[in-house]
Design a binder for this molecule. Structure first.
Ligand SMILES: C[S@@+](CC[C@H](N)C(=O)[O-])C[C@H]1O[C@@H](n2cnc3c(N)ncnc32)[C@H](O)[C@@H]1O
Length: 392
């Protein structure tokens, strides 16, 4: 089947129409004329793979990574960087219109990444101990794609990956480990689960340990390790904090899903009283330690599920939420609407769940004041978005 790619959809697939059917094509560029084979069909939608590029899109480039197409990590390397940014703006607008039913989207700007390659300072590598493979899942499968060099890893993490790979061939990695998570700080790399060396000193020497590391962002110091969530691209964190908090200040701020306190520390400098909520015990400990280290005594971090905490609380001036990719659960949105914060800042890594939740917040009496995007994940269709809302 021959077809022309119209645009990139949320999820990163290219949209085309042929023989009265909607066809979604992996690793496509808008304007590509391609011959495809149908991989599977779901209802009236066919999912297809490119067999031949008949006429390449002007936006198409040669993907530099040898694993591209097999590895499930990157799905935008076929697009030049400007085209990636344009596709992400289109993806967000599509979600806001289609899922959020938001007619008037305030002008949407995207901040580009200073480093479109070798930017990832946090990673998760899958491990197949039987086949001795270490890398990422292959696209759409649970098979591990064995990756020696990853084009989006920061140099420190590439070195850690290489050290781990050296251990797969001597069999010294723990057989029971299914994956390894790593985060790079300014002072080294933390890895979980930690790797013990064949002699007691080797593990320490190679740095494959679950040690705490620190990261300085705009004069604030954050302590963290590979066990807890931290943003994957440090380059844009000052801009992300600005977008999420901006000039906000006042009496009380609440932060839902606060992690190790990336936003809690700057919030505590601007509000008289701050409450952060986080369900992960280790992240909560780091957030408390990061506030104490900054000598901030006006912020409290509660180790609790957000939904449970939201019941029967009084209204803050400002509420920031940065939920996982799945967005905020329905009862969390209901809890926020009951809480009635004057202003809301919603930080999201998934435009579809963001749009779903914005629709509910707008129906509950909020207006969307601004929305902006940051390209925290170049070479993939993923994008970070910050929406700011206020009571009508
Ligand atoms: C996307 S991360 C954001 C963390 C932090 N804002 C940051 O940027 O580093 C989401 C955080 O929410 C926490 N979390 C997930 N579900 C939760 C829940 N139901 N209640 C409280 N915290 C939750 C996770 O442990 C994680 O730390």
């Amino acid at each position: 089947m021959e077809l022309t790619i119209e645009r990139i959809l949320p999820g990163g697939l290219g949209l085309a129409h042929a023989d009265g059917r909607t066809v979604m094509v992996a690793l496509a560029a808008p304007g590509d004329r391609v011959r495809v084979s149908i991989d599977r069909v779901k209802g009236n939608v066919a999912f297809a793979l490119i067999q031949e590029i008949i006429t390449p899109s002007p936006q198409r480039v040669e993907p530099p990574c040898q694993y591209f197409g097999r590895c499930g990590g990157c799905d935008f390397q076929q697009l030049n960087y400007q085209a990636q940014l344009e596709a992400k703006v289109d993806i967000i607008k599509d979600c806001l219109h289609r899922i959020g039913r938001i007619e008037n989207v305030p002008g949407l700007q995207i901040t580009s990444a200073p480093n479109p390659w070798h930017y990832r300072t946090r990673a998760q590598w899958q491990y197949d101990s039987i086949r001795r493979r270490l890398g990422y899942f292959e696209a759409g499968s649970r098979h591990v794609c064995d990756v020696a060099e990853c084009a989006v890893l920061a140099p420190e993490l590439q070195q850690t990956l290489s050290e781990l790979r050296a251990r797969t061939s001597d069999g010294s990695l723990p057989e029971e480990a299914r994956d390894f998570r790593a985060v790079a700080g300014d002072d080294g790399v933390s890895i979980a689960p930690p790797v013990r060396g064949s002699s007691p000193t080797v593990g320490e020497g190679s740095g494959l340990t679950a040690r705490d590391v620190t990261r300085n962002i705009r004069d604030e110091t954050y302590r963290l390790n590979a066990e807890s969530f931290f943003q994957a691209n440090d380059d844009l964190l000052p801009q992300l904090i600005d977008a999420a908090i901006g000039e906000a200040h006042g009496e009380t701020a609440v932060e839902l899903y606060c992690g190790v306190g990336l936003f809690t520390v700057p919030l505590a400098r601007r509000f008289v009283r701050v409450i952060g909520i986080e369900s992960d015990a280790a992240a909560t400990r780091f957030a408390r330690a990061n506030l104490a280290n900054a000598n901030l005594k006006n912020a409290q971090v509660i180790n609790q599920d957000v939904g449970a905490w939201l019941e029967k609380k009084s209204s803050p001036d400002f509420l920031l939420l940065d939920p996982p990719r799945t967005g905020a659960e329905s009862h969390v949105i209901r809890g926020i609407l009951n809480l009635k914060p004057k202003r809301i800042s919603y930080v999201s890594c998934d435009p579809a769940t963001l749009a779903r939740d914005l629709r509910k917040l707008i129906a509950g009496g909020y207006t969307l004041e601004s929305i902006l995007a940051l390209d925290m994940f170049p070479q993939t269709h993923h994008v970070e978005t910050v929406a700011r809302l206020a009571t009508v």
